[in-house]
Ligand binder design. Sequence first.
Ligand SMILES: NC(=O)c1ccc[n+]([C@@H]2O[C@H](COP(=O)([O-])OP(=O)(O)OC[C@H]3O[C@@H](n4cnc5c(N)ncnc54)[C@H](O)[C@@H]3O)[C@@H](O)[C@H]2O)c1
Length: 254
Amino acid sequence: MTQPEQTVSEGALHGRVALITGGASGIGLAVAQHFVRAGAAVVLLDRAATVTEVASAFGARHSGVVLDVTSIPDVQTAVAAAAERYGRIDILVNNAGVALLSSALDVTPEEWDASLDVNLRSAFFMAQTVGRFMVTQGYGRIVNVASQASVVALERHAAYCASKAGLVGLTRVLALEWAQYGVTVNAISPTVVETELGKRAWAGEIGEAMKLNIPVGRFGRPEEIASAIAFLCGEDAGLITGENLMIDGGYTIR
Ligand SMILES: NC(=O)c1ccc[n+]([C@@H]2O[C@H](COP(=O)([O-])OP(=O)(O)OC[C@H]3O[C@@H](n4cnc5c(N)ncnc54)[C@H](O)[C@@H]3O)[C@@H](O)[C@H]2O)c1
């Protein structure tokens, strides 16, 4: 009897345990779906209450935790619980993020702090908490979801650009410090992606104008971002670290 055909990605993450922040929707959900297909056990961390249903729909060996990633004690508790349940943590995808957009003259201290808190500060403390386990076990893959806004200016994106540029700087330092322990740390930088966040920020004319500046002529799909993340989280990507991979249809090449 012939065996069912397997694609390369199927089983590529077999036996791996992956934490994904913002895993209840958008890019995080697409990453979770891809990882589950590739054989990983996923732990989804999201402030949306739906995260538990999303995880249980994947099957009993996956988990969903309702938490706000800006709460460091909650992050530490969730990471410790995952390490206890699975015995290891191989992958962290720091994906939770917000886009609070205002022109630079109008940004309030609250908007600034909220953007930096979710997009940068929480990503660091999540990485630090998970990194302690990875360094001890001598293996890990961390991917920080940045944005094309990490390398180019976008109008109304002062706080967002600052947070994502900071995330790329942070990625390099963690990559440098943890390479010796078998832990790679990379960032990915998508153009506009068709998710709730992407649709909100780029609805209507502003989005059509943006598309004209993307050489491939369209926005990204969450699955396209997920496959690039999965590649960076695979065992074969061990020589890639400290990188910021643009997934932007060429937006930043000119
Ligand atoms: N969509 C785009 O156009 C685009 C482009 C480049 C980069 N990104 C980045 O990709 C990442 C995912 O974005 P998306 O488009 O999937 O967004 P989304 O809004 O569709 O999903 C984000 C998820 O993160 C969760 N989340 C937000 N803040 C949280 C918090 N404080 N604690 C816990 N969970 C929280 C939300 O509940 C949601 O499930 C973000 O970091 C975003 O900056 C998005």
